[in-house]
Design a protein around this ligand. Sequence first.
Ligand code: NOJ
Length: 571
Amino acid sequence: MTMPQRGFLRPHHVLALVLCVSATEDFDWTKNERTSFYYGTFPTGFSWGAGSSAYQTEGAWNVDGKGISIWDAFSHKKGKIFLNDTADSSCEGYYKFKDDIALMKDMKLNHYRFSISWPRILPTGLKSEKINEKGIKYYSDLINMLLDNKITPIVTLYHWDLPQVLHEKYGGWHNISMVNYFNDFANLCFERFGNRVKYWITFNNPWSIAVEGYETGEHAPGLKLKGTGAYKAAHHIIKAHAKVWHTYDMQWRSKQKGLVGISLTADWGEPVDISNQRDIEAAERYIQFYLGWFATPLFHGDYPQVMKDYIGRKSGQQGLGASRLPVFSPQEKSYIKGTCDFLGLGHFTTRYVTLKNYPSGAGDNYFSDRDLAELVDPQWPDPGSEWLYSVPWGFRRLLNFVKTQYGNPMIYVTENGVSEKMLCTDLCDDWRMKYFKDYINEMLKAIKDGVNVKGYTAWSLLDSFEWDEGFSERFGLYYVDFRNKNKPRYPKASVHYYKRIISSNGFPNQREVESWKRKAVETCSSSNQLLAADPLIGHMEMVTEIVVPTVCTLCILISAVFFMFLLRRRR
Ligand code: NOJ
């Protein structure tokens, strides 16, 4: 995920913000305002987990019959990914899933969220062409082993790795035919895994698929169709989600008794000046264009009114005969409405938002359609990714927004976490411990507000391929040494910290919670030493790679010389 509208964070905005922040008032949801810590525990049965996705972690990109995905193709093109990294081998999760389950077991996770690579089980994307049984077996074994270890699988069907053939032949999510192809793929997954998987997520973060894949082109398939690309892709994604939900509902639900949801990622948008109506409306637009774009159709049957108004008006000003935002027919609206058994919510950060008018005609696009500017408080901690500021109180507000806007749905937090930069090899990640502590605490406050949160997924289990940022940003609870061919995993201090939160099911009391950080730091220093020794191991392996072929070549050369020498003597 990259920061939306990086260009807007200019120093003068930041300065303006510093002045405005002091004018904002405290959160008025009665007690437990944003700076206080709430000691207490989560409801019994609350589910704790960690997450990953196929392309980011599996590696094994072209083995055992797997087809190529748009991310394989995109990352192999020069200049698309930071340092031209690819996830060809990444964490080698395909080979190491048993080790990874041991890590989860040690943390006493209740669930593990992972995704199925569509081209690993359908190499050309089409069920009618070829089913790759080796791919099916991989996921089947993974699911079985999770269940043997009492870890509930939460399975995402689409975490961005569309089969490349479907992009080449049809234009991917720009083409309505994806709806049926995705439905066939999902149906196959229900058929093969649905006796054991009870939580299905159709799409992960469709905002990112649409905006970064089809509008800005920062993500695969890299299309830059400004002003139309994202809306069209999103339209088909929403239809595909609804179709898959109906397929499950009609064909599988009564037998398998599972749930089908979607995972939407959204930042919180806070008005810069909460007494200024124009800022309040701008912040509302920010969320509606982000979360509401997908959530409103699924819960209420149509796009948010504000999106229809803004995009419609701007399209008119451009002289277009119709809105760039596609329209759902009445039948489609009722088909789409109510197709979410639970809402998966991904959340990482917050923005301040203020009104900014973009005159139509000058390069209309998704961002300018919103008529707003995003700002950040320079005091917010920003340890890793450029876009990710730690603002825990935004999480509680977003959760409450979901509750009031969509009728208090069942929520699973499907992603929440923080990164550090690639070069950071300190496993004593106190910034991550603090991030988890404070964000999880805000989630606890939201539950006390009445928000129906059933589970929490730390993002991510392992350091992994961070899309266009390559391996330069590490989100893992576990550090992965990518220099070493074996891709060893090392626990960061946050593993120990998260374990305590899980075993206490929350934050019992101040004295105990304060001792967690100290203990975690003590434990992580020994991991630091182990990791410090690792470059040697990594290096030795690389040398082997060079030495073996070199020795072979030398042997061949020597034999050839010796052979020629013998021949000469014979003559
Ligand atoms: C959301 C994406 O779903 C995930 O794949 C990514 O690693 C995180 N954001 C962090 O950027």
